[in-house]
Design a protein around this ligand. Structure first.
Ligand SMILES: [Zn+2]
Length: 253
């Protein structure tokens, strides 16, 4: 049975370019992606975007500190629940949310997915618990009460090789990406923040804000290897790349 993959844009953020590429100046406006994977045995969401509270008042939700270097471009209808509803998937029918990591722009929508298990690397959950609401984490976003499925390293979600979490530690201590095999479009690697931009992979330039630079570089090399074997790399926050990505309800793969 085949897997279907869909991409959603759940708003945009304007941030310093130096976040994306060390040493750069100025600002960049980047997409906040989320993906729906429909497997015969379950509906999976990879990352859930921003919290719906930031539609109205982002400063109140994320605090002055984060708001000082993130400008939100996020409008009603762009939150993950609405994106899902627009393709006739009720948010409460999502079975599993796989978060690349628990930064606020990747798990803010978890609160809208009440019946989903949250699948995360154990070391990412541990790190989030340690930092609570600092360093890009917001406890109210990642600690939403659903059942946590903690995994350690590579994890085959359905046991058939079609949806596989791959550890890509570096951006954060427990970051993971997702490899999805589709019949229609071949193999995709949903990077999350393991690789922000197409340029990052081409030039091997790391971001300015990073937990472990050597680990992140090793991940770049693994992504290049997967790319050379035919996988399509879905860069995490690349505005130019993202223009070419078909949006749901059009299938990505
Ligand atoms: Zn991010």
């Amino acid at each position: 049975m085949s897997v279907r993959l869909y991409a959603f844009t759940c708003g945009y953020l304007t941030i310093p370019r130096a976040f994306m590429l060390q040493g750069e100046h100025g600002l960049i406006t980047v997409p906040v992606p989320s993906y729906l994977i429909v497997h015969p045995r379950g509906r999976v969401l990879f990352d859930s975007g921003l919290h719906a509270a930031t539609l109205e008042n982002p400063v109140a939700h994320v605090g002055e500190m984060l708001a000082s270097f993130h400008t939100f471009h996020f409008h009603p209808g762009e939150e993950v629940g609405a994106r899902l509803a627009a393709v006739d998937v009720a948010p409460e029918r999502v079975d599993v949310v796989i978060n690349s990591h628990f930064h606020f722009d990747h798990c803010g929508g978890n609160a809208q997915l009440a019946n989903a298990d949250i699948l995360i690397q154990a070391r990412e959950a541990e790190h989030a618990r340690a930092v609570e609401s600092t360093q890009g984490y917001l406890k109210g976003d990642w600690d939403t009460g659903q059942k946590l499925r903690l995994v350690d390293g590579e994890h085959d979600v359905f046991g058939d090789g079609q949806v596989v979490c791959i550890p890509t530690y570096g951006h954060t201590p427990g970051h993971q990406s997702l490899r999805v095999r589709t019949e229609a479009g071949g193999e995709f690697v949903l990077c999350g923040d393991a690789c922000y931009l197409k340029e990052s992979l081409e030039t091997l330039r790391t971001p300015g804000v990073i937990a472990d630079k050597d680990a992140a570089l090793a991940v770049f090399h693994r992504l290049r290897e997967m790319q050379s074997r035919g996988a399509r790399i879905m860069f995490g926050h690349d505005p130019d790349f993202w223009k070419s990505v078909p949006q749901a309800p059009i299938r990505l793969g």
